[in-house]
Design a protein around this ligand. Structure first.
Ligand code: AMP
Length: 132
């Protein structure tokens, strides 16, 4: 998908400022300060393998622009959120998964440990329900 910031110097500058201020570990990954194992990259998001996989396939899809979590998302984030889900499905297909789980933990009590919104894509083994 095209980078929506590519045609607009203002949007590109805004995204760069957002990235510079991102003090989470995913901000460091987006800035290239720490490595990741990427499986997808486009102008809006990056997908990479989770460092502590909970299943044979465990990938995180993150927006380049920081959203703290789903609870803090706004109506203007709708297109970006939709894009993240479509990329999650594309990544799952690319890994050969026909069944997979997507998880977005929002808030510490729900298990969120990195406060930069991310979609977990988990699969490659039978997954129990309900989750813990
Ligand atoms: P959550 O608990 O939903 O916030 O998920 C955060 C996820 O980020 C966990 O599954 C961690 O294993 C993963 N994670 C943390 N640091 C890294 C890293 N440097 N590279 C890849 N995944 C990471």
């Amino acid at each position: 998908m095209a980078d929506p910031a590519a045609d607009s110097p203002e949007l590109a500058a805004d995204l760069a400022a957002d990235l510079a201020a991102n003090d989470t570990i995913f901000g460091r990954i987006l800035r290239g300060e720490i490595p990741c194992d990427p499986v997808h990259a486009d102008g809006r998001c990056l997908a990479f393998r989770d460092v502590a996989p909970q299943a044979p396939v465990h990938i995180l899809v993150i927006p380049r622009r920081r959203l703290v979590n789903l609870a803090e998302a706004q109506p203007e984030d709708a297109e970006l959120l939709g894009h993240l889900l479509l990329v999650a499905a594309q990544v799952a297909r690319g890994q050969g998964l026909t069944a997979f789980r997507t998880v977005i933990n929002s808030g510490a009590d729900a298990g969120q440990t990195v406060f930069h919104l991310h979609v977990h894509v988990i699969g490659g083994r039978p997954l129990a329900w309900p989750p813990g």
